[in-house]
Design a protein around this ligand. Sequence first.
Ligand code: ATP
Length: 327
Amino acid sequence: MLQLYMPLHFLGFVYREIKNSLADMERMFRLLDENREIQDAPSALPLKLHGVAVRPRHGAAEPTGAGVAASHPLPQTADSVSNVSGVRFEKVRFSYEKSREILHDVSFDIPAGHTVAVVGASGAGKSTLSRLLFRFYDVDGGSISIDGQDIRSVTQASLRAAIGIVPQDTVLFNDTIYYNIAYGRPDASRDEVIAAAQSAHIHTFIESLPQGYDSMVGERGLKLSGGEKQRVAIARAILKNPAILIFDEATSALDSKSEKAIQDELRSIAMNRTTLVIAHRLSTVVDAHQILVMDKGAIVERGTHRNLLEKQGIYSQMWALQQQEEH
Ligand code: ATP
């Protein structure tokens, strides 16, 4: 009996193990499925701004996120998009993981040419708004539209050609600083690249380097400071000349001179563009047409800087606190 029991016991063990592995495999495929890349709808059309189709760029999407890219994609051919357009978030709900909703019924408009700034505590969901507008993820409820077109109904290439991002932490390719700026519009002339660097106030710094614009940057080259990297991103955005601009302010502390310079540059590139600013410092937002105050995934206050101070709510408390810290 024992002779029979042992192999059966062993078989039972093997069966349980296989079953567990299959369950893991299933979970893995479910995860893969959940994380699959955003696809263009079969009927997707190019985004139209003021009735004119945006001509997409060829090549990879805008580099975003932290760190340094080890390699870079092929250069793109590009058209600059300078028409203005309006952005609408309507009852947007979103979660990265099913169990935790991050945005709850978020609605706001950025009229063409206006600047809307988003403030709020860390983790409130501010950067998530920019990821959704760039369509790194799709909304779970509600919609995001540009000039009346749901962004899920347009091609990703045309959407991304219309939007410029100045991310918190700019990805630098292991290449020359010239390449890193020209990436915003690879068919730009040298004069245009230099003009963009001048507008982003990084030209003088580049000229001071022994190899100037040919200096290698990135992981295997010169390491740039947070402020310098953000200026490279601003120069890229100036060169790209997008209709819609997302500016995700660096969380890392910059010295107050660099901070003020970057805010001035932002003000000049946001002029006449539809701009979403994710702000970590309130000094960045005082001029915005509208400020949204986010808390735990919802907009809890909105208005101009002056309106919000008069309201004496969360924003005015945040403002008072920041003034105190600065003094
Ligand atoms: P901060 O001011 O610190 O940049 P934020 O307001 O921009 O914060 P988000 O980056 O939008 O916040 O994140 C909102 C919430 O979503 C946070 O709780 C964060 O932990 C969570 N989150 C962000 N990215 C992911 C992700 N890829 N997967 C799962 N959860 C995420």
